[in-house]
Design a protein around this ligand. Structure first.
Ligand SMILES: Nc1ncnc2c1ncn2[C@@H]1O[C@H](COP(=O)(O)OP(=O)(O)OP(=O)(O)O)[C@@H](O)[C@H]1O
Ligand SMILES: Nc1nc2c(ncn2[C@@H]2O[C@H](COP(=O)(O)O)[C@@H](O)[C@H]2O)c(=O)[nH]1
Length: 183
């Protein structure tokens, strides 16, 4: 892969990581590499490009065959990014972006040394709850995610860039400016 070609949006759940990733990645012409997950879609009746939803059997089989660049088990669900999807985007000469938790971010950074950049997006706990509620996430899931908040937020000290996402357009603008300065 050419450098730096993998942008990882990580941070606290519900902070707006996907929203910001789409804005920045869309404007800079990066390709989104969706994770696979065994989690059920939250709104099955609505189109959802966030994940590739697969059965547990399919996921475990691909994992056994070594098809994932990284995997994570979170609250009983499995998540992972397929190697060939990362490579396909890169072969087309594109930088890619991913949205991962800290475990996935660490794994990708170790695997693609010098090629991956972590962009940490966070909000405070009250805002996190409001944003997840606005997305229709159940109270039970929100309470579970809030339990991970302290672990998630401390990961920011390891990331190359850190942004509090108050206003989405402003956050995206700051990220573009920061990346342009360092490229
Ligand atoms: N700056 C912002 N101000 C207000 N609402 C926002 C902002 N950024 C994102 N949102 C909204 O907050 C909700 C969560 O955003 P998003 O899904 O992008 O977050 P995420 O961190 O990817 O979430 P998840 O933890 O579920 O993966 C969405 O409804 C989104 O429209
Ligand atoms: N390590 C990985 N984390 C991932 C991956 N895909 C998504 N995620 C993160 O998992 C949690 C839970 O996601 P949710 O959509 O079920 O709320 C969140 O932090 C995601 O960013 C992955 O492939 N690897």
């Amino acid at each position: 892969m050419s450098r730096p070609s993998i942008y990882i949006f990580t941070g606290t759940s519900g902070a707006g990581r996907k929203t910001i990733a789409r804005k920045v990645g869309g404007e800079l012409g990066w390709t989104f590499v969706r994770s696979c997950t065994t989690r059920a879609p939250r709104n099955p009746s609505l189109p959802d490009e966030d994940y590739r939803y697969v059965s547990r059997e399919q996921f475990d089989a691909w994992d056994k065959e070594g098809k994932f660049a990284q995997t994570a088990d979170i609250d009983g669900n499995r998540y992972g990014v397929l190697h060939h999807e990362l490579e396909a985007a890169n072969a087309a000469g594109k930088s890619v972006y991913l949205v991962l938790n800290r475990v996935g971010a660490d794994a990708i950074v170790k695997q693609f040394v010098g090629l991956a950049v972590r962009i940490f997006i966070y909000v405070d706990k009250t805002t996190m709850r409001e944003r997840l509620e606005s997305k229709g996430v159940s109270f039970e899931v929100i309470d579970r995610y809030l339990e991970h908040y302290s672990d998630e937020v401390t990961y920011r000290s390891k990331c190359e860039f850190v942004f509090e996402n108050v206003n989405a357009n402003h956050t995206a603008e700051l990220i573009r400016a920061a990346l342009t300065k360092t490229s």
